[in-house]
Ligand binder design. Structure first.
Ligand code: 3PG
Length: 304
């Protein structure tokens, strides 16, 4: 089978070499990195039986250009970049590789907390994480790891996740919180770890942001779409001690610069940019494809 690895943001060479090994003689791995235009991807995918992507946009045009395509694997967690309906309409299986890059993202969340707590290493007295109250917005693969790391820093951790029972949280030493607004108003730092799905897009809005404590810090390693950016700008103007650290540059990045060291965005999404996460996610994606062709295993399927 022809397996196209299409990554605008390439995996590390070590990860790509491992993919070549897994493909072996049975499959042909075609490497298509750092492409510029969607039309380039539409051309590259024409002969592919399988597609591995990161945040690359698998639009209906891409899907329709790929007449042999049987499976798309998003090597990572969030699959908001894949047009699931277009894939389902063609009976193309879509999978992700949950958990494979979560530790890298969780570590970056802590790095952003430290960086903002120390005023982006600019002048002025910073603060420590120890003893601070941390609220985790969604206790999934990343949220859990953020909680564990924060425990090591001596933070008091709580979480809101309507899909996780209180028992699970309490077993991890995490206090369950009953509502999103309670999570945001009751903590010094909030770590945003929700996926971008229709019910979460722009869900962190004025009602929630107005409840933030003075000196609160928001850390977003999820997706920019989950925050209402106009409301965020307003909240940061109204409350001159609130800080925002993000791994997903907001559309209002230029305006956010007015907040100086209260705001930081990585220039490019860096959460999953570790050798370990690259290897884990890429290898899992490849193994899932090989297994799907061999046995029909659809364990990580996300479309219907
Ligand atoms: C994910 O959803 O897995 C992360 O946001 C990482 O995305 P990336 O592969 O584009 O770095």
């Amino acid at each position: 089978m022809k397996i196209l690895l299409a990554t605008q943001k390439p995996f590390s060479p070590v990860a790509v070499n491992q993919l070549k090994e897994i493909a072996g003689a049975e499959h042909e791995l075609i490497i298509f990195e750092k492409y510029k235009e969607q039309s380039d991807l539409e051309k590259a995918v024409e002969q592919a039986d399988a597609l591995i992507v990161r945040s690359d946009k698998v639009t209906a045009n891409v899907v329709n250009a790929a007449s042999n395509l049987k499976i798309v694997v998003r090597a990572g967690a969030g699959y908001d970049n894949v047009d699931l309906q277009a894939c389902s309409d063609r009976n193309i299986v879509v999978m992700n590789t949950p958990g494979q890059n979560s530790n890298a993202v969780a570590e970056l969340s802590l790095a952003l907390m430290l960086y903002l707590a120390r005023n982006t290493f600019s002048s002025g007295t910073g603060s420590e994480l120890r003893g601070k109250k941390l609220g985790i917005h969604a206790y999934g693969n990343v949220g859990r790891l953020v909680a564990a790391l924060a425990g090591g820093f001596g933070m008091k951790v709580s979480a809101f996740d309507p899909f996780i029972s209180d028992d699970v949280l309490e077993k991890d030493g995490v206090t369950p919180v009953k509502s999103v607004s309670e999570l945001y108003s009751g903590n010094d730092i909030v770590s945003i770890n929700i996926p971008a799905i229709p019910s979460t897009v722009k869900s962190i809005n004025k009602d929630i942001l107005d409840g933030l404590k003075e000196h609160a810090m928001l850390i977003n390693t999820a997706r920019k779409e989950v925050i209402n950016e106009m409301d965020l700008l307003d909240a940061m103007r109204k409350h001159p001690s609130i800080k925002y650290g993000t791994d997903v540059m907001p559309d209002c990045h230029e305006k956010m610069k007015e907040f100086g060291s209260r705001y930081f965005s990585t220039p490019k999404k860096m959460g999953a940019e570790t050798e370990e996460a690259n290897i884990n996610a890429a290898v899992a994606a490849m193994n899932q494809i090989v297994d799907y062709f061999k046995t029909g295993n659809e364990k990580y399927r996300v479309n219907s």
